[in-house]
Design a protein. Structure first.
Length: 346
């Protein structure tokens, strides 16, 4: 999805939120809807900007009092239409309905503005305390860097940002992140993870640093990957374009570049987890990163079972239902410490 597509999507979503909220008084909006609205605003500064723009447009339209003087194509009015003139041609005073509508405009615009201040405050605090970005367990973050690049951090991810005059550097210490790089050919964007480096100018790509090594997946544009500082110095780069992926293993071995469905390969950036013949133990480990209620398995054979499927990252209940359906012997025990998956005693 390019910049225009993202803005069009943000505009559409902002309009939908406006239509949902503007017809209600603030006191009539449920707590859950308020939380969803706030969460949507915090996902991206673009969401805040588009909502404020929609609010401004609606406010301006409501202020306009001369709609009856607007020409509508120059067609003459039919004979059976009679124009009724106001006795007093002066602009009418604002009605209670108008005042309530304008009050709703102000209320939700203030909410969006407050969220924008919080986002800018977080960015400013980031610049003051250094160049570390970090997400906790079950936390997903989206941050706009000073150059306009948007970084999406998945849970338990840590990276360092160091921008120089002619180079933008990011070090991914662990976890995974999606980068939507602001284009600047004179100032390349370099992401490093372990010994692997990814160089981009203006593109979108994901980098994962984990048990499989470093995985680089390109969604848009083109990047150059090097598997070691020596390779980078020698100019031995591997070029990836949209729809391609490469894995640099911990041993230093580089797997062949392969073509992937980026919708699936980067599904985690959309809050989904895709598994293909993974062990249940690995599936549980991945789910636990996205959820505060932790899952565990007390049966070795069950932990080794293979799982394939697509799940919402924060929907543990669907995973539990999927596991339960896989065999009548499955047991699910809920405790204060979490949820234990096991088997019934035979």
């Amino acid at each position: 999805m390019d910049t225009n597509d993202r803005r069009a999507r943000a505009t559409h979503e902002a309009t939908q939120w406006w239509n949902r909220l503007s017809i209600q008084k603030p006191t009539e909006v449920s707590q859950s809807e308020r939380e969803l609205f706030t969460e949507w605003l915090r996902e991206s500064p673009l969401h805040v900007a588009e909502f404020l723009r929609v609010a401004h447009v609606h406010d301006s339209l409501e202020r306009f009092k001369l709609w009856n003087e607007v020409e509508v194509g120059g067609a003459e009015a039919p004979d059976n239409i009679v124009h009724l003139c106001d006795v007093d041609e002066r602009a009418p005073e604002e009605s209670n309905v108008d005042r309530e509508a304008r009050s709703r405009v102000r209320t939700w615009a203030i909410a969006a503005s407050s969220c924008l201040i919080a986002i800018l405050g977080a960015w400013f605090a980031l610049s003051l305390r250094g160049d570390v970005l970090e997400s906790k367990l079950a936390e997903r973050r989206q941050v706009m860097l000073e150059d306009g690049t948007v970084v999406q951090l998945e849970p338990e991810t840590r990276l360092r940002v160091k921008f120089e005059d002619k180079l933008r550097r990011v070090e991914l210490e662990h976890g995974r992140a999606l980068f939507r790089v602001a284009k600047n050919p004179q100032r390349p964007f370099l992401v490093s993870a372990d010994q692997t480096s990814v160089r981009a100018v203006g593109t979108a790509f994901g980098v994962e640093s984990g048990a499989r090594g470093v995985v680089v997946t390109v969604a848009e544009g083109k990047v150059a990957v090097t598997d070691s500082p020596k390779a980078q110095a020698d100019g031995a780069e591997i070029y990836l374009t949209a729809g391609q992926q490469v894995t640099v293993q911990d041993s230093g071995a580089v797997a062949p570049v392969r073509v992937v469905d980026t919708t699936r390969a980067l599904a985690w950036a959309q809050g989904q987890l895709v598994f293909e013949n993974d062990t249940l133990a690995d599936v549980i480990q991945e789910f636990n990163r996205y959820n505060r209620v932790q899952l565990s398995i007390d049966d070795a054979q069950l932990a080794a079972r293979k799982v394939s499927g697509v799940f919402e990252a924060t929907d543990s209940e669907t995973l539990l239902a999927f596991i339960r359906e896989s065999g009548a012997e499955i047991s699910i025990t809920r405790t204060d410490a979490g949820i234990v998956i096991g088997t019934h005693a035979r």
